[in-house]
Design a protein around this ligand. Structure first.
Ligand code: FPP
Length: 253
């Protein structure tokens, strides 16, 4: 039985979020500049998108550029923005052919105009696609979006549109950039780092975390399947006891 065949398609996570890490180290290990790692990272992006769509996952979020990444050397930022522009342009027809919708989270206003325009075009062209939603986190950080949500909510309270006593988890979630996107059930981080790095902090309250030593440019479908299989072996308790969860499973059969 192949790894893919071992996956229980009726127990798939609806939303998988990935921290694509290790491009720089991969390039260094090949004696090449960092951007060589990013370029090869695009192959992994393609593989994972294809694997997720084939399995039937509905949302795939990739951390492509954090607000903190602006502090990298200018040459690397420019190369990443160029790569993004090129990839969005090259992959648009593939997204269309496979009925995949492109979305972004983060403040794309700050991206170079050409990159922003290419993204906006791809978002518009794919808006009616229904098979899977590919979400790129760009100029994104969780603390930024939480602060933005707080500002937005306080503005509404001040204007009398929202009552303070009505603010709850649901209302708060609806003011994040991920409004209308379910919370991820699984988060994968590559490259052997054990951090969440300001990524989907609110949304990952109950997310299962999966860490692998594989560097992002080497990440392939098989690695993705292994993460899904590992997730399917977890017991998700949401604060309940193991006994309560087991009982619920038995009675619901
Ligand atoms: C982290 O590796 C990777 C990034 C900050 C950028 C990810 C970008 C891509 C995979 C290419 C373009 C993406 C799309 C969606 C078209 P790192 O540079 O932090 O690696 P290191 O930790 O080894 O230095």
């Amino acid at each position: 039985m192949s790894t893919k065949e071992k996956i229980n398609v009726s127990l798939l996570p609806e939303h998988v979020a990935i921290i694509m890490d290790g491009n720089g180290r991969w390039a260094t290990s090949h004696g090449r500049p960092r951007i060589f790692g990013h370029k090869n990272g695009v192959t992994a992006v393609r593989e994972v998108t294809e694997a997720a769509a084939e399995l039937g996952i509905k949302y795939l979020t990739l951390y492509a550029f954090s607000t903190e990444n602006w502090s990298r050397p200018r040459v690397e930022i420019d190369a990443l923005m160029g790569l993004l522009l090129e990839t969005v342009g090259n992959q648009l027809s593939t997204l269309q052919k496979n009925n995949i919708r492109l979305q972004t989270i983060g403040d794309i206003e700050q991206l170079p105009p050409k990159t922003k325009k290419a993204l906006e075009n791809a978002i518009l062209q794919t808006k009616d696609n229904t098979r899977m939603c590919l979400i790129l986190a760009l100029n994104y950080s969780s603390r930024w979006e939480i602060v933005e949500a707080v500002k937005h909510i306080s503005h509404k309270v001040k204007a009398g549109i929202l009552k303070e006593e009505d603010i709850n988890d649901e209302i708060f979630s609806a003011h994040l950039t991920t409004a209308n996107i379910p919370d991820p059930e699984l988060m994968i981080r590559t490259s052997g780092e054990y951090r969440i790095s300001n990524y989907l902090l609110w949304q990952s309250a109950y997310t299962e975390l999966y860490f692998t030593n594989v560097l992002w440019p080497d990440f392939r479908k098989e690695d993705f399947y292994n993460a899904i299989l590992d997730y399917q072996g977890r017991e998700r308790r949401f604060g309940k006891t193991g006994e309560q969860v087991a009982k619920k499973t038995i009675t619901s059969i």
